[in-house]
Design a protein around this ligand. Structure first.
Ligand SMILES: Nc1ncnc2c1ncn2[C@@H]1O[C@H](COP(=O)(O)OP(=O)(O)OP(=O)(O)O)[C@@H](O)[C@H]1O
Ligand code: SF4
Ligand SMILES: [Mg+2]
Length: 331
């Protein structure tokens, strides 16, 4: 039974064919490598990882803005990857994206009221007067002055623009909002306001969030569960509190040891795990464990055998031959 599961990804793979530097022939690069997880109704599921690890590509494959190379994506138990464009339409309305850069995603030549109204006009949700009334309602919902609907995006601050992006994403009453780094482009002081707004909207509207970020501090504060990605794979998945208290994967541990300490008294001082080197290019994936070229605990075995993602203790998944903090995690 999966009554509480809204979105399920099973073995999702996305490959790009590209001409890589130094290679004569086209190379196939796995941006998303066999990713499986479930997003439960009403939760915030966080995805974290360094730039280029495949977060946005995964998000696009989930909401069907991009066809995965293989694998399954279900929404309310309906398989999306095989639906025609027409049959997909009602599901696309249920899944809306909020982007990182609200300025780039808002048409500078259109009034913000029209930007928020656009999805409703495209989907012909009702009469023009009903759409206008809904725009005013949405502006109020996200804490914007309704008198500003005639203005243009450049007349707003970064935080206000992200509110406009959120209002647009809510215009069709979605059940899932996929927020791809929604606060990364904002000043720290404004980040908290937008995150609080998102939390408030989630409660009022019963929304489910897939929340993508590279900042572990942000993800911890908003997420119920967190998946950590490295080179297109999920390397650890757990409840946010468990993951932060006792990370199992060396990569998670390294990310946490450099993440700014949150001054809430819940975090014990951490041993600093330094990872050396850069993320390998995705078309140059190391043998065995993809993290082994940067892992301080790598052995020959790690170079030979890729560790599968296994459920080490209930609800705690890790892909590592030598999980860290295991005794703490299972205590
Ligand atoms: N359309 C595309 N064609 C070819 N390669 C692509 C395409 N889109 C993404 N990639 C590559 O896929 C990999 C994953 O990119 P993606 O944008 O999903 O990462 P990300 O985790 O969202 O990064 P960031 O934190 O910078 O947003 C990168 O190596 C990127 O260059
Ligand atoms: S499998 Fe080996 S290389 Fe990979 S994270 Fe674990 S210890 Fe490090
Ligand atoms: Mg991205």
């Amino acid at each position: 039974m999966s009554d509480d599961v809204l979105l399920r990804a099973t073995n999702v793979v996305k490959e790009f064919s590209l001409r890589s530097p130094g290679l004569r022939q086209r190379a196939t690069m796995r941006a998303v490598a066999d990713v499986s997880f479930e997003v439960r109704r009403g939760e915030t599921f966080g995805i974290v990882g360094e730039s280029g690890c495949g977060k946005s590509t995964l998000a696009r494959c989930l909401v069907q803005l991009m066809a995965p190379t293989s694998g399954s994506v279900t929404f309310n138990d309906v398989e999306l990857t095989t639906l025609s464009r027409r049959k997909l339409r009602p599901y696309r309305r249920q899944m809306q994206l909020v982007f990182q850069d609200p300025y780039a995603s808002l048409n500078p030549r259109r009034r913000v009221g029209d930007i928020v109204a656009e999805p409703m006009r495209v989907n012909k949700t009702g009469s023009e007067s009903a759409i206008r009334a809904r725009v005013l309602e949405l502006f109020e919902l996200v804490g914007l002055d309704t008198a500003s609907i005639q203005r243009y995006p450049h007349e707003f601050s970064g935080g206000q623009r992200q509110r406009i992006g959120i209002a647009r994403s809510l215009s069709l009453n979605p059940s899932l909002v996929v927020a791809d780094e929604p606060v990364s482009a904002l000043d720290v002081s404004v980040q908290a306001q937008v995150l609080n707004l998102m939390a408030d909207l989630q409660e009022r509207l019963g929304l489910t969030y897939l929340f993508i970020a590279h900042d572990l501090g942000v993800v911890r504060h908003v997420s119920d569960r967190v998946a950590v990605m490295y080179l297109g794979e999920i390397v650890e998945l757990a409840n946010a509190d468990d993951l932060y208290a006792a990370p199992l994967h060396p990569y998670t541990e390294a990310l946490l040891s450099v993440a700014p300490e949150l001054d809430d008294g819940t975090q014990a001082p951490r041993e600093r795990i330094v990872i050396s080197g850069d993320v390998p290019a995705p078309f140059n994936r190391p043998s065995g464990c993809a993290f082994r070229t940067r892992c301080p605990f790598a052995t020959d075995h790690c170079a030979q055998v890729a560790p599968p993602l296994v459920e080490l203790t209930p609800g705690r998944f890790v892909a590592c031959h030598y999980p860290r903090n295991h005794s703490t995690a299972s205590a």
